[in-house]
Design a protein around this ligand. Sequence first.
Ligand code: ARG
Length: 723
Amino acid sequence: MMTDKIRFLMCAPDHYHVDYVINPWMEGNIGKATYDRAVDQWTKLHHIIKDHAIVDLINPEKGVPDLVFTANAGLVLGDKVVLSRFFHKERQGEEPYFKTWFAAQGFEVFELPKDLPFEGAGDALLDREGRWLWAGYGFRSELDSHAYIAKWLDVEVLSLRLMDDRFYHLDTCFCPLANGYLLYYPPAFDAYSNRLIEMRVAPEKRIVVEEPDAVNFACNAVNIDSIVIMNKASDRLKEKLTTLGFQIIETPLTEFLKAGGAAKCLTLRVTEPVHVEVHANVPVESRKIRLEGHLLDSGLISRALDSITENGGSFQVLNFNLGEQRQSTSAAEVKVSAPSLEVMEDIVSRLIDLGAVAMPQDVRDAELLPVVKNGVAPDDFYVSTIYPTEIRVQGQWIPVQKQRMDGAIVVNLGEGKEGGKAGKEGKGGKKKVKITAECKLLRDLKKGDHVMVGVGGIRTIRKTESREIRNSSQEFSFMSGSVSSERRVEIVVEQVAWELRQIRDQGGKVVVTAGPVVIHTGGGEHLARLVREGYVQALLGGNAIAVHDMEQALMGTSLGVDMKRGTAVSGGHRHHLKVINNVRRYGSIAEAVKQGMVSQGIFYECVQAGIPFSLAGSIRDDGPLPDTQMDLIKAQEHYAELIRGADMILMLSSMLHSIGVGNMTPAGVKMVCVDINPAVVTKLSDRGSIESVGVVTDVGLFLSLLTKQLDKLTSPYQQLVGK
Ligand code: ARG
């Protein structure tokens, strides 16, 4: 009989008990596995398997209770075995016993490098047709082990990332069956892995189990031809498997579930035929990167390493040079691995944002592809960030202009309008070409533009965050990306006032984005004063702030509410429409000011001082004012133009306009976001850049404190001479 040749390795539970906790199933179960019942359950399983295959036994040993889970001995293919390297020290004592057994059976034994965990057939399951190997990672096995396995066993490895700690081994939630079927629990895997599974296994071959079956370890099944042996299955699952031609044998293994194992874990198939037509193919990608800076003090290294694992990769720190003095920087070299190029590029682009660079020997030019349709980037285009970026073209690092997030990087090769033809014409010698690069929005891409794709040949320039600044108390520093609450408001105000004065005195640029709440909360007069005194170089907002500012100037109300008394004025709800109507008559805000219709307020001061403003329209705008730009693309462009060169941006209670502005602004520009809603503040100050500060407070109060603080800053000399 064919099945006679199939052999399994098992280990009697003489010394089995729950002795420690290394998975969620063991929690609360220390000492709870009953010896007699365990022996009984194991013996039944042993008999069932013996009916269909040969069972080899390894001697039980004291002190290694999980030795019963022979699936974790190693991974067998043909006459080769890759020995497990256990993740937890609790199980590392099993390794020599399994090694001795495999060697005695004549297997060629492969051992992974120290500290590279891999837990054998618990985390690596051959397709039953032998076409490839499914390998799990995320809890017990390291992704990098997959590359060794592929090489040693000459098999294609498909890496699957486990996400749910109840299903810490691949065999707890995934079971390839005969005839190309697959029994599995999809929520145990990340999205990429699910996609991979769906690409390799046709829909009619996928048998999805529901959570109740999954937690009964229905996927932890032993499959011998059409026989499927498991702890327990729901009627529905049994019916399904039966109609597909399988015969289910249930045998209770509850005592072993207390340790997080069941049928499959208790067995290791040691006869796995080699399919000659199958060869190694390791989609596992590896790349080395370098990080430099105050890696420890600024937390950069942990952010980088976390971002690798959180996004589906794994890493090995090859080198870590810890700076010895407080001010010396550290450098790290890290090998990053990912299950595919796609995942790798995602991880690498995140690391680039953190300032990672390629190793000197790997530095290469960025890959450029031409735009073939106006307004559409090539697939895989690099998405720009707020960080100052450089791109490598023809061996030179070119600084990217107009840095902003969510754009594409376009390189101008200095070829002139004819693009590629320049080369042929240039026979009169090598004229020096000036290569430039800039961020462009998708809609601005033109046919023939050279757009950067992939993640090679790019770096972001991160100022080495001084460790002092990082660690100093947040109150006295801009350099905290944190949200300030009540008590800190005053301290932040002092800091902002000081900065505003500094920027004004040095001829710098402050841009304000403001929402109508500024007026409703009584901040209008203070903002007007900031404009009048030269603290504001550009003002951005929507239709409403201008309408309410002028309504207040003309009628003393804001949306019909008397600003002095705080009560609604009768007929006041029509005030703002009358204002709009009047300004429309004049044709523009500037005209309304010049003709004397508006004689105070924020917009009055802007017109008087020649401060440019931009009003971006929206669907809910009344009117609108003649100045309100209802073409949003034009409005975005005008905003971008006014933001350029800003040293600081004050965002005053306008979620929409502030977020829009945040998206257009490169890192390095100080942003102060004031809003009563912490969610808005968090969203804006959490740009992963240290220069933004959030203040959760009433904006009217903030502005009033700010002007008071600016008064205090007047020098004693100025006070003496009276101006
Ligand atoms: N207590 C063991 C562990 O946590 C159970 C191993 C189960 N084996 C398996 N192949 N899933 O390692």
